[in-house]
Design a binder for this molecule. Structure first.
Ligand code: DX5
Ligand code: ZN
Length: 225
């Protein structure tokens, strides 16, 4: 399993300073930048799309960042080509939004992007079993998707453990990502359960401390015994 890393979610960033803040996150050691795309239908919130993804691409290339795009939208197949063109490195779709999940993951792969699959907190893990060998990224929602700043759902930990076992049995090198309520004080526990990408929004971008300070605290927590 890859060393655990923090993927800052720009959902909580100051959008008037987006480039500056993403650069700070990169300088503080972030390798992934998590982009939350919401359509106001699949989730009750409306955020950003291919335009902002494309706007971040030159900076991502300069800083060696992976653009990890989380599609919380209905009919993702209609927008996947636009996100591929915008420079997404990983495109994650929700199993709940894809009646033809196998085809949608193939579509992403054919466009030269790494396919990912996400599960809401109440979705059976076996819903993704048939496609586990097709994906490079499995995302466990540890809050109900739609908003930053919610509390981690404790039952998520057992789900992470089981998904890690499923990936190990397949000899898969896919990332196992956890999204929602990740904080400095639960990061190590989540990594120990088997997650290697820890998405963190409000714990990275907030008014309490700088991005550099918040990231440093995460690295310290992950390095602890
Ligand atoms: C929630 C999003 C998350 C969100 C996490 O629907 O998918 O990526 O930014 O935010 P925090 O870390 O504040 O829970
Ligand atoms: Zn997300």
């Amino acid at each position: 399993m890859q060393k655990p890393t923090i993927a800052p979610s720009i959902l909580s960033a100051d959008f008037s300073q987006l480039g500056v803040q993403v650069r700070s996150a990169a300088l503080a050691g972030a390798k992934y930048i998590h982009i939350d795309v919401m359509d106001g239908h699949f989730v009750p919130n409306l955020t950003i799309g291919p335009l902002v993804t494309a706007a971040l691409k030159p900076l991502a290339l300069e800083m060696g960042l992976i653009l990890d795009v989380h599609l919380m939208i209905e009919k993702p197949e209609l927008l996947i080509p636009d996100f591929a063109k915008a420079g997404a490195d990983i495109l994650t779709v929700h199993v709940e939004a894809c009646p033809h999940l196998h085809r949608t993951l193939q579509q992403i792969r054919e466009l030269g992007v790494k396919p990912g699959v996400a599960l809401n907190p109440a979705t059976m893990l076996f819903a993704v079993a048939p496609v586990m060998s097709m994906v490079d990224y499995v995302l466990v929602m540890s809050v109900n998707p739609g908003f930053g700043g919610q509390s981690y759902i404790p039952e998520s930990t057992a789900r992470i453990r089981l998904l890690r076992q499923m990936l190990t049995e397949l000899n898969s090198t896919a990332d196992l990502s956890v999204d929602g309520g990740v904080k400095v004080d639960n990061a190590k526990m989540i990594a120990n359960a088997g997650a290697n990408v820890l998405v963190a929004g409000s714990a990275v971008f907030n008014a309490k401390a700088s991005i550099a300070e918040n990231m440093a605290q995460f690295w310290q927590a992950l390095a602890s015994e």
